[in-house]
Write a protein that binds this ligand. Sequence first.
Ligand SMILES: Cc1cc2nc3c(=O)[nH]c(=O)nc-3n(C[C@H](O)[C@H](O)[C@H](O)COP(=O)(O)OP(=O)(O)OC[C@H]3O[C@@H](n4cnc5c(N)ncnc54)[C@H](O)[C@@H]3O)c2cc1C
Length: 323
Amino acid sequence: MAQKYEVIVIGAGPAGLSAAMFIARQKASCLVISKDLGGQMNLIPKLENYPGTILSSGPLLAKTLENQYLSYGGEMMFDTVEKIDFENNFKISTARSDYIAKTIVLAPGKVPNNLGLENENKFANKGIHYCTKCDAPFYQGKITASVGVGAYLLESGILLSRMAAKVYLIFKGGRLGGDKDMIASIEQKKNVELISNSTIKSITGENIVNEVTITNSSGIDKTIQIDGLFIEMGSKINLDYVKHLVKLNPKGEIEITQGGKTSHPAIFAAGDATNIPYKQIAVACGNGTEAGLSAFNYVEKLNGKPGIRADWKKKIGDTVFHY
Ligand SMILES: Cc1cc2nc3c(=O)[nH]c(=O)nc-3n(C[C@H](O)[C@H](O)[C@H](O)COP(=O)(O)OP(=O)(O)OC[C@H]3O[C@@H](n4cnc5c(N)ncnc54)[C@H](O)[C@@H]3O)c2cc1C
C-alpha cells in the first residue's frame, strides 16, 4: 500500500531541503523525494556567496541542510518522480513506488545544458563553468571565453568584461542576438572580442583548461589561450509529470506568487524551476522556506487550525504569539 504523508517535497536542492526543514520542524509528516542530494550545489566546489559562511562548498551545504531536516524527523527517499495524479489527495508515482500526500512542494530545479564535447566533464570547475554570475569573480584579470546563446551570452560577456583582462564571446550566428542596449554595451568594451559564425571544436589542457579550438563557418580552425570557459547555453527544466496541474510560463517555469503559491491551491513551488528572477542558492533557500511554511499552513487549515505566520513564537503571560 502507498505510504501517506501530509507533505511531499520533490527535489533535494537548497529550495526543497529548506522547504522540508520548515515543514518537519512544525511536526508535519514530510517526505523528500529526490534523484540526488544537493542538485546543482554538487557543481560548486567553492561557495563564496552564501550569507554567513565563507568556507563552504555546495556539497557541504547540501549535507548540512539534509542533516538539519532529518534532525526534525523528516524522511528522505532517493528516487525519480515520474507522475502525479490529483483527486482528493496527490498520488506521486516514482520509478519504484507510489506515495500519497495532502499537499506537495515542487522544487525540481534545473540542469545546465552542455556543449557535448569530449573533455567537457573532465574540466568542469577546472576552467569550465556553467554559471557566469556565480563564478566570474574567480577570473579577475584573467583571459576568459564565453560560448552560448542570446541573453545568457550577453549577460556572461557583460559580467566578465568588468573583471577579466580579456573576454572572447563565441557564437554561431553572424551577429549577437538579444537586447539592443546590452549588445551596444558589449560592443563598446575594449576587452571584449566577438568571434561570430563559430563553434568550439575542442577543449584542451593538462589538469585545467588552457586552450580552446574554434571552427568558423568556412571550416577554418583557430586556437586561443584561455584561463576559463563559460558555457551559457541555457538550462533544462523537466516538468512533464506536473504540467497538467500547475501553470507554467512561456519559459517552462512554474508560475508562483508570494508564499510559493502556484495556480493549484494545494501545490507550492520554489527555486530555479519557478519564475523567480534570481537563480541563486540564498534565494532558493528563502523561497523554499516560504513554500514550506505555506504547505504547512495548507495542512493546518485542512485540520481546521489557523496556521502560523512564522517558525518562531513568543509567550506573553499565558498566550503564545506566532509572528
Ligand atoms: C555550475 C553552477 C554553479 C553555481 N554556483 C552558484 C554559486 O556559487 N552561488 C549561488 O548562490 N548559486 C550558484 N548556482 C546556482 C544554484 O546552484 C541554484 O540556484 C540552486 O541550486 C537552485 O536550487 P533548487 O533547489 O531550485 O534546484 P536544484 O539545485 O537544481 O535541485 C533540484 C533537485 O531536484 C531533483 N529533481 C529534479 N527532478 C526530479 C524528479 N522528477 N524527481 C525527483 N527529484 C528531482 C534534482 O535531482 C535536484 O536534487 C550555480 C549553478 C551552477 C549550475
